[in-house]
Write a protein that binds this ligand. Structure first.
Ligand code: ATP
Ligand code: MG
Length: 319
């Protein structure tokens, strides 16, 4: 082990409500459970802290009960909150999700007009991040959908990247936005900076259509990336390093109760365990893969996050 990785993340903090009526689609009166702490970036940093990272987050919540739900969870798990702004008079961001029998999900979001979009990306925030001695700064593409949020995320990442901080990126592509040049440009800029690139199979279909992992990974390695890790849902995951190491792991058999957040949980586990060399590439991938499997077994996007002993127990169960 080479000490705890110091991990930062910037982006959306939300609370989520899960519709417990199948095919509810938010168009009829139905039962919901929540508020659950959520937001792709929030799920990421919570999991990074749970597996032993020293974590700091740049984001914002409202001065309301939902903001407390989110903030309390992150602080309880050890995330440094000094760059999480509590915005007065603006509600905490929310997401409502409904699961359908055809496997699709319907979301209603309030992000752009909520406190979630109002985080500080000024020089003071950048100085505080540099002061934290980050080993990696992570971004989920979910923070790039709004031009204002994307500009702030890019500003912070460029400044850190210039100072040699590794940027890690999960594109979480929003297909409906890909035709928007500003959005696509922001995604491409993040890919260009990424030291670790962690797309899902769906992301790859949009970003590198028809291309094999070796093919687009080679292109990214030439631009400075260290690793590309591909999430394949219930088919597990695989990855390649710049040095030519290849690893592939099968998925764990689990009962899926809520698939939201598995990707963020996977990314956090991999980045935290591999960035500083605490685990080998294959061992970090196996733990990320197990963390992703555990994530889908609990209702609520962050409820399935798990610590290292729980992840190791699943690996032993399926050894
Ligand atoms: P998200 O919806 O959170 O963006 P994603 O599309 O980025 O997710 P997925 O590939 O769905 O990412 O999930 C991430 C990882 O979690 C997978 O690579 C796998 O390791 C694990 N995982 C996801 N779904 C399952 C499942 N049904 N069974 C076992 N493992 C799973
Ligand atoms: Mg994803």
């Amino acid at each position: 082990m080479s000490g705890l990785a110091r991990i930062g993340c910037i982006g959306d903090l939300l609370v989520e409500f899960v519709c417990t009526t199948r095919n509810g689609r938010h168009r009829q009166a139905a039962t919901y459970t929540g508020p659950y702490p959520s937001g792709a970036a929030g799920i990421f940093i919570d999991q990074a802290a749970l597996v032993g990272g020293r974590c700091i987050f740049v984001g914002a919540v409202g001065d309301d009960a939902f903001g407390e739900v989110e903030l309390n969870r992150l602080v309880e798990h050890g995330v440094e909150p000094k760059l999480i702004r509590v915005v007065k008079g603006v509600p905490t961001g929310t997401a409502f999700v409904s699961y359908n029998d055809d496997g699709s999900r319907d979301f209603v979001y309030n992000i752009i007009l909520s406190a979630a979009a109002q985080f500080d990306a000024d020089d003071a925030a950048i100085a505080a991040l540099l002061d934290f001695n980050l080993d990696a700064m992570h971004v989920s593409g979910s923070a790039l959908g709004d031009a204002g949020m994307a500009a702030k995320v890019l500003r912070v990442c460029k400044a850190l990247h210039d100072k040699g901080v590794a940027i890690t990126f999960d594109p979480n592509v929003r297909k409906e936005l890909i035709g928007n040049p500003a959005y696509f440009g922001a995604v491409k800029e993040m890919i260009g900076m990424a030291s670790i690139f962690l797309p899902s199979e769906e992301d790859v279909l949009t970003l590198f259509p028809g291309r094999a992992l070796e093919d687009y990974a080679t292109e990214l390695f030439a631009r400075g990336a260290r690793a590309v890790v591909l999430k394949k849902g219930d088919k597990g995951s695989e990855g390649l390093t710049r040095e030519g190491e290849r690893a592939s792991v099968a998925s764990h058999r689990v009962t899926v109760l809520d698939p939201t957040g598995a990707g963020d949980c996977f990314c956090a586990t991999f980045v935290t365990l591999w960035t500083k060399g605490a685990f080998s590439f294959r061992d970090a991938l196996a733990r990320a893969n197990a963390a992703g499997a555990l994530a889908v077994t609990k209702v609520g996007p962050m409820e399935g996050n798990s610590d290292l002993p729980t992840i190791e127990a699943l690996l032993r169960r399926d050894a």
